[in-house]
Design a protein around this ligand. Structure first.
Ligand code: ZN
Ligand code: ZN
Length: 175
């Protein structure tokens, strides 16, 4: 990951071009939203000097006038990946990143949450759903409702969706 950092300092033209892609609130302490291209995780990105770079890292470099520390991650205090407000970005380790994410409940994969193992140990005795579909592999999915973890059968949820859809078309047909 040697991302264009050897070319610091950035020119004022480059910074100006960058800022045209930012929807910046009039008063500086709120998030600055990146309006151009984003990656799958929602981080802004752009081409600078022939390289694809992460917008929030570059923003940190513009405003601190120095190269982003090698080997560190750019952490968002606002937990908003598309934010490029340099006040909300600081260098940190991957461990800090994960700890912060867990603390904020940002990890979307339920299986990575701290309570998951405990939860699974208490429910894995049930191997099949009420219709006899296996509660394993691709057919098993996890969800939380009001913060309470639960497991469910994909096949059954497909059946429920079909029934709901049929009911809806019948009602529409009657009108
Ligand atoms: Zn922010
Ligand atoms: Zn089922």
């Amino acid at each position: 990951m040697n991302q264009a950092t050897s070319h610091i300092p950035w020119t004022s033209e480059e910074i100006a071009r960058f800022m045209t892609k930012v929807s910046q609130p009039a008063h500086g302490h709120a998030c600055w939203f990146w309006t151009a291209s984003k990656n799958k995780k929602g981080y802004g990105r752009l081409f600078l000097r022939g390289k694809c770079v992460q917008a929030h890292r570059v923003s940190w470099e513009f405003h601190n006038g120095s190269q982003f520390p090698a080997g560190l991650f750019a952490l968002h205090s606002c937990d908003n990946p598309s934010c490029v407000n340099p006040e909300h970005i600081r260098p940190g380790t991957n461990t800090e990143n994960i700890r912060e994410a867990a603390a904020k409940g940002r990890l979307t994969r339920i299986t990575q949450r701290p309570w998951f193992k405990r939860f699974e140990n208490t429910v894995n005795a049930k191997t099949h759903c009420m219709r006899g579909h296996p509660l394993s592999g691709d057919n098993l999915y996890y969800f939380t409702k009001l913060g309470v973890p639960s497991r469910s059968c994909r096949e059954c949820s497909r059946i429920r969706d079909r029934v709901a859809w049929k009911r809806r078309t019948v009602v529409e047909g009657e009108e």
